[in-house]
Write a protein of this length. Sequence first.
Length: 133
Amino acid sequence: RVAVIKAMQSPRLIAVGDFLLGVVTAPYSSAKAANTLSQLGADISIGLFRSREFVTAAIRVSAHAHAQLKMDAMELLLPFAKSNNGSCGGHAQAAQITIPSYLSEELIPTLFRREMEIRVRRMNPYAKIKTYS
């Protein structure tokens, strides 16, 4: 519990229109961090964990984002993992990816942010983007 609470002290939040992406670097469990962000209201939650050998990211997609944006975590992660010598598993609303540590952990949040922007802008071309740190 302590690790999750400590990780929640510095989440990065990006609002695109009415949708919220939350990213947090977790000291231990990326899945618990992603779950916590999701429970706090993020539409897409990403918990990141870096070790010497790999970067792990847990992704959670809310039912709202899945239904409205047709956001599917595995649809985005599978080609990314294959092209970056990684592995992933899960389903549309909950997935995890592991990539080599020589890659930046920021690649995964960037992938989801860009995809969220594209999908929100299809619905609302004037949607504003706001970052909270």
